[in-house]
Design a binder for this molecule. Structure first.
Ligand code: GAF
Length: 379
């Protein structure tokens, strides 16, 4: 039996759930090309305190956004009537549940989040996944984790209007503590790869440049459309189907130089995921560093999704002795990751802060990332 909804507005709580943000170690802009990614969950989470109600109302409140709770009628949820603010992610999930034939009677949801917003660390996916998991549990919808991730992606694509892939939602829903997730985004085949950097004397720093980014704006969609044009030119259903060994020959068949660069990034990036997996499985974590830096160059020069601040993090950290660094997530701002010897981590961090200060840029925020648990019920 699921929890029976209370009459009208609820003052009770039926449960508390948490879903994390993520960093992506390698495999950027490959997920909407049916390719490979390797994210891990952050300890930063969005927590939802939820009570079902029986009157067809969705009442949303966030401790992080000033103002009164927002009340929406479930019957009115429609992508054409989205509000353009954070509530679209929650409303989109409820809309996607209903659209898939699942019944939600109404809910009061209160959110609190420690996932930095707009930092490329998947605060949106955390919000979607915690909402979907709580409602799936309370209404006994029986959705498994990949199905939850797909539903959240649908909410983001069709309700919010951001043409994103499946990586962030799957990371938030499926990651495990102490592991990175090797994910095949074509069929959501997953492999948990042990990823204990501290045991190897290493650290992964996350550097939030504080340059805000958004995926519902045009550039992300343009890259996605360019990749689809590349796949069409090559006669494959997705760029994942272009083998690395056949890259030169494939590039010779793509006329548009911009599309050719996108193809080159995606095909080489899928190969980089395989190389990083190989190093991680062999326990050779230091060799991952140069692959990250190579990936950054490809995102900067071929895919054109970096920005000056992200490039600066990579240059300054590598010059200060980091093993490797790259932007993480969609780009156009957001965060970078830096792999470094733990013993050099504070020097590397200081070098990044100094480089920003020298250019009179807003100081970035730094923290050490350790792979944490995926979405779960707390109480
Ligand atoms: C964003 C998107 F949401 C992901 O789906 C993915 O495409 C990523 O950018 C780039 O790898 O985080």
């Amino acid at each position: 039996m699921g929890v029976r909804p209370r009459k009208g507005r609820s003052v009770m709580t039926d449960g508390v759930w948490a879903a994390p943000g993520r960093v992506n170690l390698i495999g950027e802009h490959t997920d909407y090309n049916d390719g490979f990614v390797m994210p891990f969950a952050l300890p930063h989470t969005t927590v939802a305190t939820v009570a079902l109600r029986d009157d067809g109302v969705l009442r949303l409140h966030s401790a992080d956004v000033p103002g009164d709770p927002v009340e929406l009628r479930l019957a009115d949820l429609d992508p054409g009537r989205r509000s353009g603010d954070w509530t679209d992610y929650s409303a989109g999930v409820v809309w996607a549940l209903a659209d898939a034939g699942h019944s939600v009677p109404g809910a009061d949801i209160h959110y609190e989040s420690t996932v930095p917003a707009g930092a490329g660390l998947s605060s949106s996916a955390a919000l979607e996944v915690v909402t979907a998991l709580a409602l799936s549990d309370l209404c006994e919808l029986g959705l498994d984790r990949p199905a939850l991730a797909r539903l959240c992606q649908r909410a983001e694509n069709s309700y919010v209007g951001a043409p994103t892939g499946i990586m962030d939602q799957t990371a938030s829903a499926c990651c495990e503590a102490g592991h990175a997730l090797h994910l095949d985004t074509r069929d959501l085949t997953r492999r948990q790869v042990p990823f204990d950097l501290a045991a190897h004397g290493l650290e992964l720093l996350v550097v939030d440049t504080r340059v805000k980014h958004s995926h519902s704006e045009g550039e992300y969609g343009k890259r996605r459309a360019g990749c689809e044009a590349g796949a069409a030119a090559l006669g494959v259903s997705a760029l994942r189907d272009v083998p690395y060994a056949a890259l030169d020959e494939a590039l010779g068949r793509v006329e548009d130089p911009e599309v050719r660069r996108l193809v080159r990034h995606v095909v080489t990036e899928n190969a980089r995921v395989e190389r990083v997996i190989g190093h991680a499985v062999a326990g050779d974590f230091r060799s991952i560093g140069p692959v990250l830096t190579e990936g950054h160059a490809s995102l900067r020069d071929d895919f054109a999704v970096s920005c000056d601040e992200l490039d600066l993090v990579v240059e300054a950290s590598v010059a200060a002795g980091a093993l490797g660094a790259r932007m993480t997530g969609g780009g156009f701002g957001g965060s970078a990751i830096v792999l470094t010897e733990a013993s050099r981590s504070s020097d590397v961090g200081k070098a990044v802060l100094d480089a920003f200060a020298d250019r009179s840029l807003l100081a970035p925020r730094l923290f050490t990332a350790v792979p944490a648990e995926g979405a779960r019920r707390l109480s």
